[in-house]
Ligand binder design. Sequence first.
Ligand code: PHE
Length: 346
Amino acid sequence: MSAEFDHEQVAIRTGLRSDLPVIVAVHSTKLGQAVGGCRLWRYADWRDGLADALRLSAGMTAKCAVAGLANGGGKTVVAVPESTVLDVALRRKVLEDVADAVASLNGAYATGPDVGTTPQDMAAIGERTAHVFCKPEERGGSGDSSPATALGTLAALRAVRQRLHGTSALTGARLSVVGLGSVGLRLARLLAAEGAELLVSDIDPAKRERTGELGATWVAPDEGLTADVDILVPAALGGTLTKQIVPELRCAAIVGPANNQLATPDVADLLHRRGIFWVPDYVASAGGVINALTMELHHGTAHEARKRVEAIEHTVADLLHAADHQQVTPAQAASQLAQRRLDTAT
Ligand code: PHE
């Protein structure tokens, strides 16, 4: 699959201290400063990290646009080779290299946490650049963004539940949460507290210990993906929804916080043809960035931020409605909305 290159700029450098590839992709600043987290992850080939940065940063542009934020999209990926041991000392070097790469963009881009990084890491980056979100609260940031991402996904789930069953309560809904990382686990807890019937899975068998606390049933990740449930909740790394898996799916809808859920864009149409609602990942997962920007850029209160995150329910309801009305997929409706907002930017 090839696509046109439409990023404003991409900086790829070998970190001075870490000697690792540091990739910062700025997709768009049309709506404002590009924002997007820093992914510190293992890749067999650094080019896979580059591909991730390109797709994830474009996703952030759409995420911010649909969420109504005055920001664009970017992403940082540090591609750690599989053989490299990322100890405390190397991690520190990586974060300093990331900070320098972010600083070199002179404010076009600000970073934040993502898979593999924490608020403490943001504090370390913050020692060298002001362009960083989600430092711990005691260091002047809005802290961990995962609770807000989980809450925003819950809001998206409510809109879909309403659409499927005429109620926004998730009590009694059957869901399969695939991935119990920092967002997946929090979301599963919120769902369990509301009385949802949960299947949970993770590639890490140690996560199985969590099933008791959640009152959930543990399944293998591939079983979780194709389970007979109301809603499938992808909460692991991206690319799980492939062309091959679509015929195997037994859910009525797919709504989750994972970024880049579709292996290829055409999967959205295949899902639609099977009558499965897919809420675009960048719509359902916007809670973290909405929370951080509302508090840190717009100086809103935690309560205001929460309200904005919960408004994802209305955004999703509107998109499902628009999709019906215009006879398009929710994915098309969302990308049209993002495009309209980008087109009207001055
Ligand atoms: N990881 C977050 C996302 O994918 C990015 C983020 C950036 C979160 C800035 C908070 C602040 O949306």
